[in-house]
Design a protein around this ligand. Structure first.
Ligand code: AMP
Length: 446
């Protein structure tokens, strides 16, 4: 069971067609001929351009063929979490389709209708009862293993910014290993994980040296400004990277990208023969910036992780988050948009303000020295958490997809600047909470 999605082709101003790498792969003859028959999703459901209909039909097909499933996956872990959220909303309707042997009238895509007619061709009340029993259980812990009992692993990337979905996936997967097989981008296949069963935190990727010409820009953490001031460009070749050092990846590819910065920061963790192995550290551009202060994605992610552990004690789960800078008040401040839910239920929880205010403080404590010093000096205001209602991050995906982004390659932006996206978030805010304490200097030596 691989949940895969295409996105429509768009045209560049020059008239040349543009599409994502995954779409190119999925619409190619090779996929149809050699791969598609290995999946529970018929090709027509993957190629359906309406992502909701596509998701619905792919889920339905996977439920109907539940005994054949040996692996559950998607490209990124976020898509799998999104699929579980979708299933929370639609499992009753899916069961009713299975019970009656009839597809819902809301599916209008002819490709989907035709391919489903081959699989959903007779009523199956026993299967519908079984799935209903599983879904009606008090907790959804381990539900993937219950729905697809032959599953041996979860195949989805959960490193880098996807790491935040690990706790949620672990909850739903019932102890199945989470496998991040490769490190890839539209620019090319960059690395493969030679130890797929390693823990997500230990996962490293071996760069495949003949996939592109790889070069590396050393990243002096916390010293980016310094580097640009001195204008020193010290590009390092693949054979000269140093163990423990972080680099920004630069590729020259067969399709014609010349010294193109992929935008990822990687850390050298070892070698396979002579090929370096890397851990994914973060995206380079993921910065929240107020005045001269810059908050990197990994710092924010660390703070969010601590806050997640804190709310976990109250059976609260963070569905997703993003951030923005609010300069409508003086001084400006960081705003986090949070969607929370009660563990094992899709309902929006009742929140005690003191818990969320404490979360604001926990996140601030993880941010860098400049941030905390600016808070002490009042040039940055208290961090704010805006609680958004159930389904907000799905609405954000719908918006991105409507703008041409691909469901399979979608990654929740961790910092939002686009006015329209901010409107979507702000129109769904149900509560606003501010940090009540000044972050101290406890972590000054970090
Ligand atoms: P795209 O441009 O949509 O093809 O996305 C490529 C980007 O996804 C990469 O540059 C990374 O930032 C991210 N990515 C891809 N593979 C991984 C991975 N295994 N771990 C973490 N991030 C990844």
């Amino acid at each position: 069971m691989q949940l895969l999605f295409v996105r429509p082709e768009i045209k560049a101003p020059s008239g040349l067609p543009m599409r994502s790498i995954l779409t190119s792969y999925l619409i190619g003859k090779n996929f149809e001929k050699h791969e598609s028959s290995l999946h529970t999703s018929p090709i027509a459901t993957i190629l359906c351009s309406d992502s909701k209909q596509s998701m619905y039909c792919q889920m339905l097909c996977a439920l109907l063929q539940r005994k054949e499933v040996v692996c559950v996956g998607s490209v990124f872990g976020s898509t799998l979490v999104q699929a579980i959220r979708f299933f929370e909303d639609y499992w009753k309707e899916l069961c009713s389709n299975i019970r009656r042997g009839q597809l819902s009238a809301c599916i209008s895509d002819t490709g989907c209708i035709n391919s489903l007619s081959m699989i959903l061709n007779k009523p199956n009340p026993e299967l519908a009862d079984l799935i209903e029993d599983i879904c009606n259980a008090k907790s959804w812990e381990g539900i993937i293993k219950k729905l697809w009992p032959g599953t041996k692993c979860i195949d989805a990337i959960v490193t880098g910014s996807m790491a935040q979905y690990i706790p949620m996936l672990e909850f739903y997967c019932g102890g199945l290993p989470l496998v991040s097989k490769y490190y890839a981008s539209s620019e090319g296949l960059l690395g493969i994980n030679l130890k797929p069963l390693s823990k997500p935190c230990d996962t490293c990727y071996t760069l495949v040296p003949n996939m592109a010409y790889f070069e590396f820009l050393p990243v002096h953490e916390n010293n980016e400004e310094e580097r640009s001031k001195k204008e020193v460009i010290e590009v390092v070749d693949l054979v000269n990277v140093k163990l423990g050092q972080c680099y920004e990846l630069v590729v020259t590819t067969f399709i014609g990208l010349y010294r193109y910065k992929v935008g990822d920061i990687l850390k050298v963790t070892g070698y396979h023969n002579n090929a370096p192995q890397f851990q994914f550290v973060r995206r380079k551009d993921a910065f929240l910036s107020i005045d001269s202060e810059k908050t990197a994605e990994d710092e924010l992610a660390e703070g969010i992780l601590q806050a997640k552990l804190f709310v976990g004690q109250f059976q609260l789960q963070l569905v997703d988050y993003t951030s923005a800078v609010d300069i409508s008040l003086i001084p400006g401040h960081c705003t986090l948009f949070w969607e929370l839910k009660m563990e094992g239920s899709s309902k929006s929880p009742e929140l005690s303000p003191s818990i969320i205010e404490e979360c604001c403080y926990i996140v601030e404590q993880s941010l860098n020295f400049v941030y905390r010093a600016s808070r002490m000096g009042n040039s940055i205001g208290p961090l704010e958490i805006r609680m958004v209602k159930h389904g907000t991050f799905d609405a954000l995906i719908d918006f991105s997809v409507s703008k041409g982004s691909s469901v399979s390659q979608y990654k929740t932006p961790r910092c939002i600047k686009l006015e329209e996206a901010l409107k979507i978030l702000n129109s769904r805010v149900v509560g606003r909470y501010f940090s009540q304490q000044l972050p101290g200097y406890k972590k000054l030596n970090k």
